[in-house]
Design a protein around this ligand. Structure first.
Ligand code: FES
Length: 130
């Protein structure tokens, strides 16, 4: 029997009306991740204020519906957080906030947290160099 994955209303909302889509031209940090199996790509852009807080987060995602919903949710969860707090956002937190994801879509939630963390690491590396 074929099992059809169902999405929560929250996933559908973030997929149909994704928040914070786009690019920050003068981003302080950029993080890009891809999944070689499905070929989906996600890029996160962050802007950091003087108190090490994320005052803007945007993303561009080329991927499945779950990946778009995940990116949107991660951007909402990260905005206004300190860098340390944002680094604590885990894959499971994202899936939980979305009301769960089907098992075969859990890898999509990994991409979101990973891309955000990479963007923060990029910012931290640039800061060390300057
Ligand atoms: Fe790969 Fe969703 S199917 S990120």
């Amino acid at each position: 029997m074929i099992k059809i994955a169902t999405y929560s209303e929250t996933v559908m909302d973030h997929f149909m009306n994704p928040r914070n889509v786009g690019e920050i031209e003068d981003a302080d940090g950029i993080g890009e991740v891809g999944n070689p199996v499905c070929g989906d790509m996600m890029t996160f852009y962050v802007k950091v204020d003087d108190e090490d807080r994320l005052n803007d987060v945007k993303f561009k995602t080329f991927g499945c519906g779950a990946a778009i919903a995940v990116s949107s949710m991660v951007s909402e969860m990260a905005k206004g957080k300190t860098l340390d707090e944002a680094m604590q956002i885990g894959r499971k937190d994202v899936a939980d906030q979305l009301g769960g994801l089907p098992d075969n879509k859990m890898h999509c939630s990994n991409l979101g947290a990973d891309a955000l963390h990479k963007a923060i690491e990029d910012y931290r590396n640039k800061k060390k160099e300057s």
